[in-house]
Design a protein around this ligand. Structure first.
Ligand code: HEC
Length: 143
């Protein structure tokens, strides 16, 4: 199997794990059918989603966005497929994401615009490395 296919496969499996953690019965049975332990990076991504949903809410209430994620872990957390870090882009995508988070935290201007830019940087990495969860990520945008 080619490297790309393996990564894609890992991500599809990863995104089905993801949907497992989200409630409905069909998805719960998926969790039972795929009892594999999820990777450290996948768990970090789930926290990231949770944190991002919180931040979205904070922005809608005009509160200061609060991040609890340890962003450095993006660089060290072990992925399902170790090869995801090997294409030479992962580090710059991760740094780009972290930069957009800081822009959002520090802006005195339009928080919604910075927030959507941050979501776009999740998508940029996912487009290249792990397309499975993109649909889910797009839902995080502020309309
Ligand atoms: C630097 C690249 C990169 C960035 C930036 C990134 N991701 Fe990911 N994401 C990944 C990789 C790689 C995986 C697959 C992890 C694994 O299976 O080990 C993943 C997995 C996921 C998953 C599936 C998790 C699971 O349960 O398997 C979701 C959902 C997700 N990311 C959402 C996001 C969101 C939301 C953001 C931005 C807030 C984001 N990602 C930013 C690379 C990235």
């Amino acid at each position: 199997m080619s490297l790309e296919l393996k990564i894609l496969g890992g991500c599809i499996i990863a995104s089905s794990f993801y949907s497992c953690s989200r409630l409905n019965d069909k998805e719960k049975s998926t969790a039972i059918n795929f009892p594999n332990k999820s990777s450290e990076l996948a768990e970090l991504m789930r926290d990231l989603v949770e944190n991002t949903e919180e931040v979205k809410l904070q922005i809608s209430k005009n509160e200061k966005p609060g991040f609890f994620i340890e962003f450095d872990k993006l660089h060290t957390a072990v992925p399902t497929d170790l090869a995801v870090r090997d294409d030479g882009h992962f580090t710059s995508f991760a740094n780009n994401y972290i930069a957009t988070v800081n822009e959002l935290i520090n802006t005195t201007g339009d928080k919604e615009e910075k927030y959507n830019k941050m979501i776009q940087s999740c998508i940029i990495c996912h487009q290249q490395i792990c397309p499975g969860p993109i649909k889910r990520i797009k839902k995080l945008r502020i309309k």
